[in-house]
Design a protein around this ligand. Sequence first.
Ligand code: 13P
Length: 288
Amino acid sequence: MNADLISAALRGCDMARAGRIRSRAARTIRGMRRPFIGGNWKMNTDHASARSLAHAIAEGTGADWAADVVVFPPFPYLLSVAEAIAGSPVALGAQDLSGEVNGARTGEVSAEMLRDVGASWVIVGHSERRHKIGESEALIADKLSMALGSGLRAVLCVGETRAERDAGKAHDIIAAQLRSAFAAIDAAAMDDVVIAYEPVWAIGTGITAQPADAGEAHREIRSALAARYDARLASGVRVVYGGSLVPATAKSIFAVDGVDGGLVGGASLKAHDFLALCTAATVGVAAS
Ligand code: 13P
């Protein structure tokens, strides 16, 4: 990593300097995993603020952006956000999808509908859906298969609760989540997968995981992938961190070997912070 570059990125207000940082990062990352940064807006924004946030993020990202930047607005605003980011490097994602193709599923949204409004990414298995809505491992596996089989790219979220961590079960929980989600997924489809390690106790709490803990979890995730597929595939899949990421905590997390970016909740609702995180991910991941 290059601490000076990351610090400069986190100051985030000198756009010319940010442009130079990005160009340098673009050169640096050749041949490595491309950084990924997603903004999960959750059940926030309204129509007007969703559009203006999307416009601001699109304006802050240049054509030479050296990371995948994806925004995940609420369903009702997907189309407007698609229009706002058109022509920019920012991609559109949805926060969820149905495991079914179509038909009598009141309230559900299909993969085809998401593609129809311009989404190319979808989040699957977010802990808020696992724990607050009660999605089962089987349903998450169905949703992942549906997303990848329909031409969407997926961010699969995994992570342990505080009680599971305290009981020393974090790695077993994550391994079980991965085993179940990928049981029916072919190696060929894994190019379209990003894994987000999101410890439940870090989400929305202001407590970011310690870099060493994040690094350990990311290594466990890659060894689970190597066991399911092979080492070469495991080293090519992007694994990102999520949980109270803000510009102040990003520097140490993005510098961890094996952390390829982030999935951001609260801080993705402020364009300035999200853009600073995007730049930091690009530079930090590139240089680490
Ligand atoms: P916070 O960044 O608000 O902790 O949320 C993280 C998250 O859940 C992203 O999916």
